[in-house]
Each structure stands twice: as C-alpha cells, then as structure tokens.
Design a protein around this ligand. Structure first.
Ligand code: 13P
Length: 256
C-alpha cells in the first residue's frame, strides 16, 4: 500500500511566532484525531526549519520539509541553501520544481534535475512538482508537458533512487486561484503519471510512488479528490495556513 501524504506548503508566509502558533494548533489537533496511516508534512521558511524540527520532535508525527534547495553542494553562492544545510537542521524533505520557482526564478528542468540528484545524494526526500499552464491545457498539451517535465527531471535516476521521490501534480491554473482540478481531471493526470512511471521503472515502483495533488485543495473539495485511486494525498498551499482547514483535509485523506 502506498503512503497517504498531506503536505502543507506555507510558501513565504508566517513570521516565526505566527508559524509556531499555527504549528502548535495543528499538532494539538492531530494528537486528538486518529491518523490511520497519513503522513503529515509541513514546509515552512528555510529560516524556521530548525525550530519546527525541534517542535516536531515533541509531536513526532509531523515531518518537516524545505520549500527549495540549491543545486550546488557548497561554496560561494551567497544566499543559497544547500541540501546538506537543510539536512543539518533535521528536516527530511525538500520541495523541488514548484511552478512558482520555475516562473519567478526561471528554474529549468535541467536545474531541477540537478537539485533532485543532489537532494537524494544528501539523503533528503524530494517532493517533485510538475504542472501545466492554462494555455497548455487548452491546447491539449497537458499530457505532453507533464511527460517532458517528469522525464527530464526524474527519469535519469536509477530505480533505487527514483523510489525515494514523491511526485506532486500541481496544475498552474489551479494554484492559488480557487479553481481546483476536478476529481476527474486529477485522476486522469495522476493515472497518466503512474503509467509513465510504470513504463520506465515497472509496475512495482509505479504502484509504490506517492502522487499528490496540489492547486486550490481545500476541505470542500479534498474528499472528492482523495477518493480517486491514483490521488495519494495533497500538497496544500493556502488552506494549510489555517489549522482547522488543514486538519479537515487530513481527516478526509485518512477517510479515503
Ligand atoms: P494553493 O493550495 O494555495 O492553491 O497552493 C498550492 C501549492 O502551490 C502547493 O505547493
């Protein structure tokens, strides 16, 4: 059975104190409910990683992720944060290839591939994001776009490394817009992604790879999205900044 995963990407939100309050609220509520096999991940700012790792150790059911990493191992790269530095905070995961990084920081598939390789080499679990734009979907290019993003960034990995990757499908037109993919659109693309993985790495690895949905996921639509056989959880932005909302999403994942 694949892992069910609910990940909160806090993006560039919350001061340290706001983050601690939100984190504590989420962990208190998490302790009150039956999780039944859901892995909860929170991705705060780099600056706060160490703090949240120590809070998570008290709670022990939340895993901490960075939102990005450098493609360089170390050296004179002012302002960059290497996978090794992330790992040294105790964080275990890193989001790579988010569409906001691709769009605002010109991240290419090649750069993303380097980040994936380095994060795996360092022992971090990459959460690899892919997604098409509204125009690409309207031109029926969405499958091709996803195929290219995945094959360029991930398909040079040997099977022993590929099986460490978590994939997140985040259609760009759904991120922060309030317009989520329909459950049918999500299932169709997740199934397609799993078939690409199967063609490359075989049934066993494809069946074990978690594929998360992201893009305006909230407590109103999460149930219908998570009911799909190929949707293994969510990468949640806005709705993860509200403890009650995020817990409802986690509950709906546990129930499906
Ligand atoms: P929203 O849930 O705010 O649409 O963001 C999704 C996302 O980008 C998560 O990485």
């Amino acid at each position: 059975m694949r892992k069910k995963i609910a990940a909160g990407n806090w993006k560039m939100n919350t001061t340290l104190l706001q983050g601690i309050d939100l984190f504590n609220e989420i962990s208190i509520r998490l302790n009150e409910i039956q999780l039944s096999g859901v892995q909860v991940i929170i991705a705060p700012s780099f600056v706060h990683l160490a703090k949240f790792v120590s809070l998570a150790r008290l709670n022990n059911s939340i895993c901490i992720s960075a939102q990005n990493c450098s493609h360089e191992e170390k050296g004179a790269f002012t302002g960059e944060v290497s996978p090794e530095i992330i790992k040294s905070t105790g964080a275990e995961m890193v989001i790579i290839g988010h569409s906001e990084r691709r769009k605002y920081f010109n991240e290419s598939d090649e750069l993303i591939e380097q980040k994936i390789n380095l994060s795996i080499k360092t022992g971090l679990t990459p959460i690899f994001c892919c997604g098409e734009s509204e125009i690409q979907r309207s031109q029926n290019q969405h499958f091709n776009t996803i195929k290219l993003q995945i094959s360029k960034a991930l398909f040079n990995l040997p099977p022993t490394d590929f099986c460490k990757v978590i994939v997140a499908y985040e259609p760009i037109w759904a991120i922060g817009t309030g317009k989520n993919a329909t459950p049918e659109q999500a299932q169709e693309m997740h199934h397609y992604i799993r078939s690409l993985i199967e063609d490359k790495y075989g049934m066993h690895i494809a069946g074990a790879t978690p594929i998360l949905y992201g893009g305006s996921c909230n407590s109103e639509n999460s149930d219908a999205l998570f009911k799909n056989p190929d949707v293994d959880g969510g990468l949640v932005g806005g709705a993860s900044l509200n403890a009650e909302e995020f817990i409802k999403i986690i509950r709906s994942l546990a129930a499906n």
